[in-house]
Write a protein that binds this ligand. Sequence first.
Ligand code: G3P
Ligand code: MG
Length: 251
Amino acid sequence: MAAKPMMMPKTTFVPPVIGHRGACGHAPENTLVSFRRAAALGVRWVEFDVRLSRDREVVVLHDEGLERTTNGGGLVAEKDWAELQALDAGAWYDEEFSGARIPSLGQAISVLAELGLGANVEIKPGPGQSDETGRITAARLRAEWPATLPPPVISSFDSESLKAARNTAPDIPRALVVSKIPTDWRNRLAALGCTALHCNHKHLSPGQAGEVLDAGFALRCFTVNRAARAATLFGWGVETVITDYPERMPA
Ligand code: G3P
Ligand code: MG
């Protein structure tokens, strides 16, 4: 009898430690220099956030607005890539990093390939852009992700973005991101074809961790910056911690 087609996305090896926004305890978040710092600290994967510019470039930036992490202002969704590219995304963190730019997804991928870093790409859609951000990001990853790297993990707090990513590139593994684990987590993960749940460790109990693992999903936690806490979470079966300080994590 012929094997049934796989209904779940392909799995990928995810290491126990992922650098948050690169290594944002050491360098300006979501910049190429932050990825380089993460690699220098020995991590094998980084997490970063992506959203769309007005002209539909996929850019690596956490916030909807530009004020906190650049010398610009206003909404990313209302700026073209040419304008975003001209901003300084490093000086706010420390003068040492002035001149760092907002990377495009393509630029990020090039540096990841150079460094041999895997990635968790977190989709942060602007208002009304859930479907489009998921679709465009997944299409870019499908087209541009280097065969030399392990498949990335697409994650999002936004179910619509994950649904769009699934429709566009079903083979790229997906994870639902939540702060507190909601009561309907099982149905949501199943409906979105996710292989993992990413949650804030502060709200996680060992019982919940056990339920997620028993249901066959991987569990990863953010943002874990203390070694003792990471050790506890690993003891509960958490696969991965996402951290601002990779060098603090248990070896
Ligand atoms: O992807 C894990 C974590 O990054 C989610 O929260 O706000 O840091 O993007 P945030
Ligand atoms: Mg994030």
